[in-house]
Design a protein. Sequence first.
Length: 439
Amino acid sequence: MRFERSHTRKAVASAVVGSLLLLASACGGDDSSSGGGATTGVAALEGKGPITFATGKDTSGFLPDQVAAWNSQHPDEKVTVSELPESADGQRQQMVQNAQNKQDSFSVLNLDVVWTAEFAANRWILELPQDQFPSLGKAIPATVETAKYRDKLYAVPITSDGGLLYYRKDLLDKAGVTPPTTWDEMLAACQKVAALPEGKGVNCYAGQFEKYEGLTVNFSEAVNSAGGVVVGKDGKPNVDTPEALAGLEELTKGFASGAIPKAAITYKEEEGRRAFQDGKLLFHRNWPYVYALASKTDGSSKVAGKFGVAPLPGKTGPGVSTLGGHNYAISAFAKNKATAADFIKFMASEERQRANLQASSQAPSWASLYDDPALNKTFPYLAPLKASIEKAQPRPSVVKYGDVTAAVQEAAYDALTSKKQPKQALTDLQTKLSSLITQ
Ligand code: GLC
């Protein structure tokens, strides 16, 4: 009890000192703004030594190689990986808890692009000096935007992400159809394949529909791909529209007709990937990382060499992806901040980004890799992926993102599970978002 009290007092005292320091550095930063590159006044990143790296579960199996490459060159500044859960929500929960307790156990944070505002506004991550991260000038500009809050840099883009439509090329060829660009074409292709003997036991389509961040992504994509918005360019929610309804109804009708299998309501990325790899889906919406895993010829994938990748389908033509990806940030409570910054620089370098793409098929943030002829041969989806990322819709950049995404997930889930009519779900969502996002 006594320990707890003095511990709390100490924490309060250090928080006050911390806030004053941050306040001082923020004031300095404001004075020195130089054309978007306000780096003077940003607190110096000091201290070298061992650090930890908190990141979601490594589905690629390549992270140990990346970290080993750093560790062999930096024996006194070794990185230890803290592997967090597979799902975005599970990762956020642990990182938030850690930050709220002001713990120094995570030095570098692998942040989902949607968490920047929340972590920056709460001062859980440090503002970064832009001139110390040369990769920023090489990154797809949309990815750099996701690393900023109020025009200041708080993280460095490492991987981007755009939704792709994986399809069974062997089955489409058999049925004599080309990859669809609209939802209607996709459903028609499913009917043709279902009529083939080879189509037995193959469901039409699945994305990620479990109640978590992936549902926010899939719902937003459906809405955007039908010409609607969740939050408009003016920052105001505008989801109670006929366009948004048309998008949501593609999904609700899909569940009602069986085009989307019932089991997909429990799918996050990995469950969907396994269903596709097991040959149970004709079409599957997922991120680029699936490409490498579904192409494995070690017996883990039944569809290696049998699938293709296309842009997401939309209402009247190709759809719109939600912008995904991950940025690395430095925890405000970290020790050895200089090492943390150097590790981020290392992971953001062209060499490491190329190696990661080659091993994991994850979307790099480094723009020129998408135009590299050799890489395009190995990963034929790179050109359409770059186009998809460049026109992808970001999710709202708001401090209360946790509440916003929970509201979206609830509305979408209620509609998909027939708890609410789609129209009612959107009307309720609009009311909820309007109270959460006040400008
Ligand atoms: C991917 C994306 C991320 C998104 C998440 C949803 O990891 O990169 O931005 O939030 O999927 O599940």
